[in-house]
Design a binder for this molecule. Structure first.
Ligand code: GLN
Length: 189
């Protein structure tokens, strides 16, 4: 099993580090043929406007959509914005993989970045979640499973094979969110 991390822009290398810590094979994904080598895809945080342009530029839009029909995709922060069905910023060509509306920079600018302990509904202990210019993720479907809340807003959601978080799990000392995604990929939910 190999997990790909979209490596057009943003925080991709830290995700590879977490995968290697968990002894899971991970590769950087930059072009359409890389998709033949992977069983799951992480779209990292970064700048969603730039990533959206690069996805179009490298003809990856349809490739990601086709991949997501049969495989698991996890979007974190900017990645969550990209996989959402709607975004308040029309510059983003959203991939529409999960019925959520993303509101960019909802949790403030870079200087307002913060870490908070949050409860995850499949975990006993709280984990530290880093919010960096994070989006609000509004669930638009009752079928979405809300796995974590912060101040009553969903910050970790799943619908079938698609997982999104508004925070950056690769910055946490806990690897539990990656482990959860790896399990999704293994079980091919
Ligand atoms: N605010 C960024 C955006 O809208 C996302 C920030 C992040 O991924 N940490 O693209």
């Amino acid at each position: 099993m190999t997990i790909g991390v979209l490596a057009l822009q943003g925080d991709f290398s830290l995700h590879l580090k977490v995968l290697s810590k968990l002894k899971v094979s991970g590769i950087l994904v930059k072009k359409t043929t890389d998709f033949d080598l992977i069983n799951g895809l992480i779209i990292p945080g970064g700048e969603s406007t730039v990533m959206s342009l690069l996805i179009d530029k490298f003809n990856l839009y349809k490739k990601i959509k086709d991949f997501a029909i049969e495989n698991c995709v996890y979007g974190t922060c900017a990645g969550a914005i990209l996989v959402s069905s709607e975004c308040d910023d029309k510059k983003i060509n959203t991939l529409d993989l999960i019925k959520i509306k993303s509101l960019r920079n909802f949790y403030g600018r870079q200087i307002n970045s913060f870490s908070k302990k949050i409860s995850i509904n499949f975990l006993k202990n709280k984990i530290n979640a880093s919010f960096i210019r994070a989006p609000k993720l509004k669930s638009l479907s009752k079928k979405n499973k809300v796995l974590a809340l912060y101040k009553n807003d969903p910050v970790l959601l799943q619908h079938k094979n698609i997982l999104v978080s508004s925070f950056h799990p690769e910055l946490s000392s806990s690897t539990i969110i990656h482990q959860y995604f790896i399990k999704m990929v293994k079980n091919n939910v």
